[in-house]
Write a new protein. Sequence first.
Length: 318
Amino acid sequence: MRGTKMLRQIQFWLLAALASVLMAGCGEEYVVLNPKGPVGQTQYDLIMISIILCSIIVVPVIVLTIFIVFRYRDKPGNKAPYKPEWAHNAKMEVVWWAIPIIIVGLLSYYTVRDTYALKESPNKEAEPLVVQVTSLDWKWLFTYPEQGIATVNHLEIPVGVPVKFQISADAPMNSFWVPELGGQVYAMAGMTTELYLQADEPGEYDGRGANFTGEGFAHMEFKVVAKPQEEFEAWVKEVKGTTPALTKEGYEELQKPGLADVMTFSSFPEGLFEEIVSKYSHGHPIKTSDASSQSETQKASAAEEALSTQELHQAHAQ
């Protein structure tokens, strides 16, 4: 009776799992498994490799577990062989230790390889578009330092161009995520994290916050519109010519907890993102690519100035 009851329980949980998968298939598309860019595709391939390698262990274990429970269940007239003297089998030991070690080694290799690859731009032939992302309560602020514009809960990017996101927060820690383009990265106050994404197809993609931040967390969603370069430049020009500027006072109002609709701004205060990061850095140096570039430029200018001064002194000495 105990064996029959256990078998029924196993059947129940298998059917429940199968029903969950089938019912989920009737809903929206699995966006994580529908990549639209090179970063998402790399992560999709890693997911598939991990599933296949893990299945080599998981599937046989499940099958053998069901078989053993059914075959050796207690029942009248059980004919299962009884071998009380059996204690060790060297060949079996080698098999069930070697296979997991090989699989863990392969998983480690592919994971490390792709992790380091995704830290760099997916398209080194194209100059990346820089977008600064600030997580607020409960909205997203996007500033385009090269274009000089800003948006709220709306992001537009050119197709086929890598986008370098510099991510921070002026609120509790969140996570920036566009599932069809790539994985999520945390947005944390007082520091910046970086994420490269790229859309290979024109379209509209859903973005969201993936870390609970309070009352309005469920509404922290935004749209990512990928369009050809010409249309992106036309959009930037339209925003600069038809929308108001984001002022310091406007940002302070925007920063207050609450929901917000889509907004666009023709400009924003210079150094706003760096100011947001430094607010919580407690005196620690801010490390962003822009700051590094600016520092290098300043060093180069100082070197040129020193060289010019030295040449001038030499000319006077002669």
